[in-house]
Write a protein that binds this ligand. Structure first.
Ligand code: AHR
Length: 321
């Protein structure tokens, strides 16, 4: 290497260290994004992970992906490791809402911006993250409630509902419950007679529905499941109990994954409220903006619909997850 080239490289490195990367070096520098995922608990989550991985590839972003296996302690470890690695941006989908302030303060002290993807945290200090992108879970719960109120408008009641909640303490479980209750409370004929967590998984959805059926039997008129996977597990339990899902028990769920469309086409699920997992492209574009020093909106809400079984066959071919 010539003396001139060595001098050039040394001055480029010095400029980079000083925070002012020369243009050519900046163009070559890949953004490093550390992402901590909740786990692989549902069809939705798998689609979300795929969306993030493929969008990172398309955007030329170096993604450091970590699967927390539905444990907050694993997410905290992953975030600390991203801080130690000095990544450019950290993003994560918090398994539960509470308990993030300490680690988010550590990221702030290290000057690493944090993006919340899919789920919120309940931190009072909103300067701990730059943006929160994802669905309005309360509105999803309301949509489920409104659909049920309309469906049962000619029913005298009581309309006995069993509820399969998502992961305890998670934003979607808290907000979907809140939104659903807000709507059904307008008519006292709607009664939630049992409510328990199924942790967003098919296996637990089935197990808890079996217990509901054992305790309440034919008294159950409606199942409200906080996601499609638990509804699909519950459908198995209902069939094994000799009942007809979507006929003997109305089933309302959330996500709109392909598995739910298949169940609706088979006449076993009445409706699924959409919750899009395809957040990857939005996340990469926000990461680029944040690194470039551009401002991003504090809240980016995903636009979503609702799919009753009557439209499932027509909609199915265009479903992307
Ligand atoms: O946070 C989104 C929720 O988490 C989805 O509804 C559910 O399927 C997932 O596990």
């Amino acid at each position: 290497m010539t003396v001139q080239r060595r001098t050039l490289l040394a001055s480029a490195a010095a400029a980079a260290l000083a925070g002012g990367l020369p243009l050519a070096a900046m163009a070559q520098k890949k953004i490093v994004l550390g992402f901590s995922q909740v786990g692989a608990e549902s069809e939705w989550r798998t689609a979300n992970t795929e969306s993030i991985k493929s969008a990172a590839k398309d955007a030329g972003i170096d993604l450091k992906f970590s699967d927390a296996q539905q444990k907050q302690e694993n997410q905290i470890k992953a975030i600390r490791s991203f801080i130690a690695q000095k990544v450019d941006v950290i993003a994560f989908s918090p398994v539960v809402e509470s308990g993030w302030d300490t680690v988010l303060l550590e990221a702030k002290a290290a000057k690493i911006p944090v993006i919340l993807s899919d789920r919120a945290v309940d931190s009072k200090d909103t300067s701990l993250y730059v943006t929160f992108m994802g669905s309005d879970f309360t509105e999803e719960g309301r949509k489920a409630g409104r659909w049920l109120v309309e469906k049962e408008k000619n029913e005298k009641g009581p309309v006995n509902i069993v509820e399969l909640q998502g992961t305890v303490g998670s934003a979607p479980a808290i907000d979907r419950k809140k939104g659903f209750e807000e709507i059904i409370k307008s008519d006292p004929k709607f009664k939630i007679i049992r409510s328990q967590t199924g942790d967003f998984t098919r296996a637990k959805g089935k197990e808890v529905m079996e217990a509901f059926l054992k305790a309440e039997g034919k008294k159950i008129n409606v199942l409200f499941a906080h996601n499609d996977d638990m509804a699909i597990g519950a459908i198995q339990a209902i069939e094994e109990a000799g009942l007809k899902p979507a006929k003997d028990i109305i089933i309302v769920s959330i996500d709109g994954v392909k598995g739910a469309f298949e169940a609706m086409i088979a006449g076993k699920l009445n409706v699924s409220v959409e919750c899009s997992p395809l957040l990857g492209p939005q996340l990469m574009s926000a990461a680029k903006d944040v690194v470039a020093g551009k401002s991003v909106p504090k809240r980016i809400v995903t636009t979503e619909g609702i799919f009753p079984m009557e439209v499932a066959a027509k909609e199915f071919p265009s479903r992307k997850y």
